[in-house]
Structures are given as structure tokens and as C-alpha cells.
Design a protein around this ligand. Structure first.
Ligand code: URA
Ligand code: URA
Length: 265
């Protein structure tokens, strides 16, 4: 398959997946209170009986599973109502790994109830070592950009499309992005930010499900389920190309303005 066809295929599948998620979770709403959450919690119960256990092949995602049947990844994701629960599902997940062996999970960092969520591409070497997103050179620049618009790193929530480092820092492959997306969508769902900032083209195109240039996506407020999403250059790109610093500055000023409007409404 040509690269272009491969990409086109990927965006079609992502668009389908985003629609499926919307059908599954509604417009990205999750029960927030623990009492509400308790009603939807799913537990696997070992059934201690000599009688054969009936396992319905058609049991839906929403039913409490009362069998020894292993939960599927999407059932495990759907059962999470906190970041801690989702993180432990991610720790067990083989599908989040790349072909680089022995990497650490880089789940996310920051305020678990942040109104602003920043989404990058994938962990690099430093992030893999420390298990935290954006701690290397690009991360230091991200912190400066945030501080220029009066955000502390601890006030926002930061995650990546991929939760494991790809070998040699290559771009995440379409299939890796596709496999990671359900976990990230759930993470967004739980943090419940008012606005998302995608840094770089990989992040933005994966979430928006469309293959477009970074330039065509910046300086606009996109709808993402029932949230807002903005796009700017990746800080690592700014380290290589200083001509993108000025447009990035314009983007994050617009982000701050919109954030303040949303907070006051
Ligand atoms: N680049 C990213 O996209 N994410 C990180 O966590 C670090 C560098
Ligand atoms: N072009 C891209 O595709 N991504 C960037 O982050 C910058 C320029």
C-alpha cells in the first residue's frame, strides 16, 4: 500500500472510531460523582461453582460481566472512572507498546481536573526514562510557552498520542496511533478539559481524524465532541525552525483568551 493510501485509510478508520466512541459514551460525558460511577462499575467475578457458566457471546459492553471471561481492552477502558484506574489498565496493555522493547509507560502529568489539556506526539528518550511527558528540551520550551501565557505546568494536564517511545524517535505509525487513541479518548473524558491544545501535526490530525497541514489547522477553534480544540506548532519544531515561534505565540495568546472566556462563561 502506498504511504498516501495508508494514511487515507488511517484517517477513515480514525473518523469511524471517533464516531463509535461518541455512540458508546454519548458526547464524551462520564458520570463524575462516585455514586453515579458506582452504578456503572464493572467487576469480573470469579464464579465458584461446579455448574457450567453460561457465557453469552452477545453480552454488551454495558453489562456487568459475571463470568471468568477476560474483559476486552475496550471493556477495561470503559470500566475506568479515574485516571489511576486507566493508568493501571495502560500499564497492563500490550497494544500501547511500540516495537522498541523495554520502554516505560508515559501516561500523563498535571492537574487531573485541568480545564486545559495539552496533547503531544510520543515520548522521547528523556520522557521514557522518567515516565513523564515533555521533560526533555521540547518540554522545557513547552513550559516556557505555558508560562508566557500565565499557566504553570502543574495547572494543566499533559499527555501524548502514544504512551510508549517509538524507536529512534520516528513518527508514530498510523496503526500505533489508532491503537492508542481509545485510551487517550478515555483520558480526555476523565480529565474533562474545556479546551485541548494539540501541539504538532501528528497530534492534531490524529484527534481531528483528518489529514491536513498544520498551517490550515492553527488559528481556529475546532469542535471536538462537546469540547474545543486548538492547534499549534510542536515545541520540538520550534527548536529547529525559529520562524514558527511568532505564529506559535499568536496561537497561544488566542488559546489563553478563549480559555478565559470559557472559564468566565
Ligand atoms: N515530544 C512529544 O511529543 N511528547 C513528549 O512527551 C516529548 C516530546
Ligand atoms: N509542520 C508540521 O507538520 N508540524 C509542526 O509542528 C510544524 C510544522
Amino acid at each position: 500500500m502506498s504511504e498516501q493510501q495508508n494514511d487515507q485509510d488511517f484517517f477513515e478508520r480514525i473518523a469511524n472510531l471517533l464516531n463509535q466512541q461518541r455512540e458508546m459514551y454519548g458526547d464524551f460525558e462520564v458520570p463524575r460523582s462516585s455514586s453515579e460511577a458506582a452504578g456503572t462499575e464493572k467487576v469480573v467475578e470469579q464464579v465458584h461453582t461446579d455448574e457450567p457458566t453460561e457465557v453469552s457471546e452477545e453480552s454488551s459492553d454495558y453489562e456487568v460481566t459475571e463470568s471468568v471471561k477476560e474483559l476486552t481492552e475496550s471493556e477495561k477502558i470503559a470500566a475506568c472512572s479515574t485516571l489511576e484506574e486507566l493508568k493501571s489498565v495502560c500499564e497492563q496493555s500490550e497494544v500501547l507498546k511500540t516495537d522498541l522493547p523495554n520502554t516505560n509507560l508515559v501516561f500523563g502529568v498535571g492537574d487531573p481536573a485541568a480545564d486545559l489539556m495539552i496533547i503531544g506526539e510520543a515520548p522521547g528518550e528523556n520522557e521514557d526514562k522518567q515516565g513523564e511527558p515533555f521533560v526533555g528540551a521540547a518540554g522545557q520550551l513547552l513550559d516556557k510557552i505555558l508560562s508566557a501565557i500565565n499557566f504553570k505546568r502543574s495547572e494543566v494536564y499533559i499527555a501524548n498520542i502514544l504512551k510508549h517511545r517509538p524507536p529512534g524517535n520516528r513518527d508514530p505509525k498510523p496503526e500505533e496511533r489508532e491503537r492508542s487513541l481509545p485510551y487517550l479518548l478515555k483520558q480526555i473524558d476523565i480529565v474533562d478539559p474545556k479546551i485541548i491544545l494539540c501541539v504538532g501535526r501528528i497530534s492534531a490530525t490524529t484527534l481531528l481524524g483528518e489529514d491536513r497541514s498544520l498551517k490550515s489547522m492553527r488559528q481556529r477553534i475546532h469542535k471536538f465532541h462537546d469540547r474545543e480544540l486548538m492547534v499549534t506548532y510542536h515545541p520540538a519544531a520550534l527548536l529547529r525552525n525559529s520562524q514558527w515561534k511568532r505564529p506559535t505565540w499568536e496561537d497561544v495568546q488566542l488559546l489563553r483568551k478563549r480559555y478565559d472566556q470559557l472559564s468566565n462563561s
